[in-house]
Design a protein around this ligand. Structure first.
Ligand code: HEC
Length: 226
């Protein structure tokens, strides 16, 4: 028999067969040596190894509805949240118009921030000058909103005279075809956009070309349609 490195070919084959048979993954050498369940667990049962905390949207026997997610306690307000107390009704709309005032002082920085937000959230409908001719209106994907300069509010009165409280109310709850923006913009951001809209209106009315723009006739207010 030929020798390879001093070992006979037969002996070499025997060693290979032996080694391959050792590689059987299902073979258990000793019940104490399992990989997945340590026989000795150094950490106690209720800590990082077996967490006692409940999964956010998991199940539990602790509550009658078996859900771990709980509703806020009635009458409580989440930290940092200021509730909006005007109801989504025509009365709430009027009340907001009469009593709500912009809590943020106007400044060039605030107006700039308002412009930035307007371009992100409103311009595609209302247009860059507020004429109600944004891109999706031009593409006939959406009926045109009234112009901030010449249009009339569905709640009555020219949009040029629309009180900031009514603006805030409409942006918060939405109005007819316009959806609510309360989940996209916090209250401060809504107020900053209102500063920008007022600024747009002011600069348009003080510019020369506004003199020949006719405002639409003011019609009777209609309901919110909700
Ligand atoms: C999908 C299109 C669309 C978007 C986006 C949109 N609007 Fe409007 N908006 C409308 C329409 C349509 C109306 C007219 C609603 C009505 O019937 O009174 C309107 C009305 C308004 C009014 C007048 C409300 C009143 O009380 O008469 C204001 C103010 C206004 N929008 C501000 C905004 C601001 C600010 C944003 C961005 C945060 C915005 N809109 C985003 C379509 C839109």
């Amino acid at each position: 028999m030929k020798n390879i490195y001093g070992i006979s070919v037969l002996a070499f084959i025997a060693i290979v067969v032996l080694l391959v048979s050792c590689a059987d993954p299902s073979r258990e050498y000793s019940s104490d040596l399992q990989h997945f369940e340590p026989t000795v667990q150094f950490t106690a049962d209720v800590d990082m190894y077996v967490s006692p905390s409940l999964e956010t949207y998991g199940e539990t026997d602790l509550f009658s509805d078996n859900m771990t997610a709980r509703h806020p306690v009635p009458g409580t307000i989440p930290r940092g949240h200021i509730p909006y107390l005007y109801e989504n009704t025509n009365e709430g709309y009027k009340l907001a118009g009469d009593s709500l005032k912009n809590p943020i002082a106007a400044s060039p920085e605030v107006i700039e921030k308002g412009k930035d937000l307007y371009i992100k959230f409103c311009v595609h409908c209302h247009g860059d000058k507020g004429n109600g001719d944004g891109i999706i209106i031009k593409n006939e994907k959406f009926p045109p909103p009234p112009s901030y300069l010449t249009g009339v509010s569905s709640g009555g009165g020219a949009l040029l005279d629309l009180p900031e409280g009514k603006m805030f109310h409409s942006i918060t709850y939405g109005r007819n075809l316009m959806g609510s923006h309360a989940s996209q913009l916090n209250a401060d951001e809504r107020w900053m956009i209102i500063h920008y809209i007022k600024d747009l209106q002011k600069s348009a009315t003080t510019s020369a070309d506004m003199s020949d723009v006719e405002t639409e006739p003011v019609s009777e207010p209609d309901s919110l349609g909700k």
